[in-house]
Design a protein around this ligand. Structure first.
Ligand SMILES: [Zn+2]
Ligand SMILES: [Zn+2]
Length: 232
């Protein structure tokens, strides 16, 4: 038994079963989220943006692994606390397995880019959620991982504190691209943007806009940008 087990007994965050934070049966209980077009939020086959909704700077599709409820909701909340790494370790294994089922719908040969942390303070144990999930998942799935393609230019208020119309304003102009963006342009690759929870989508949409504006201007007119989130 480690020190963590003494402080935070390892019980399922859903059903209290001991030994794990996320048990298989609580995961199984969650309904499969209906894929929605990220622009009009109406159902869409396999998460593709409807043809009529497409925008030059908009997401080409969006997939989410689970609904934001039950054990998944509690696990995502727990990621902000001190035993984040232990919960995260279980969650990323389930996530990688589930993403493999989604691969036929996602762009081939994609680059996996996490939304950079900016509203969560990295917690006392130095847990960088984006890198922790992104590195593991991309290894399991076989994507190239570019953790610092997107960088944050400024601090913002936590999105969760804001109403939906304020969120868009809050996030505007937050992201910039790092030097890695050149290699994406040259290779005409597609990008999968990864975030934990999709609420209004303003974070993913803003990141997508920054990427696509740059890619198109530099001559990568074919690369797709998809959003992928743990929950919605
Ligand atoms: Zn359980
Ligand atoms: Zn649509």
């Amino acid at each position: 038994m480690g020190i963590i087990d003494l402080v935070f007994p390892r019980n399922c965050l859903g059903c209290k079963k001991s030994g794990v934070y996320i048990c298989g049966s609580c995961i199984q209980k969650l309904p499969q989220p209906t894929p929605l077009c990220p622009l009009c939020e109406k159902p869409s086959v396999d998460g593709f943006t409807h043809f009529k909704c497409k925008k030059a700077q908009g997401l080409d599709g969006l997939l989410t692994l689970w609904p934001y409820q039950g054990v998944i909701r509690r696990a995502i909340i727990a990621l902000k606390y001190k035993y984040a790494r232990e919960v995260g370790d279980e969650l990323r294994k389930y996530a990688a397995t589930k993403i493999k089922d989604y691969l036929p719908f996602l762009p081939k040969d994609a680059v996996f880019v996490p939304i950079p942390l900016y509203w969560y303070k990295e917690n006392v144990r130095g847990f960088n959620q984006a890198a922790f999930f992104g590195k593991y998942i991309s290894q399991k799935v076989g994507w190239e991982f570019l953790p610092d393609l997107l960088v944050r230019k400024k601090h913002t208020r936590p999105q969760t504190e804001l109403r939906s119309e304020e969120r868009q304003k809050n996030i505007r102009g937050v992201f910039a691209l790092s030097k890695h963006s050149q290699s994406i342009v040259k290779s005409q690759r597609s990008i999968v943007l990864f975030d934990d929870v999709y609420t209004t989508g303003s974070t993913l949409k803003e990141a997508c806009k920054v990427l696509k504006t740059y890619l198109r201007r530099q001559g990568n007119g074919t690369g797709k940008v998809w959003g992928l989130t743990i929950a919605r």
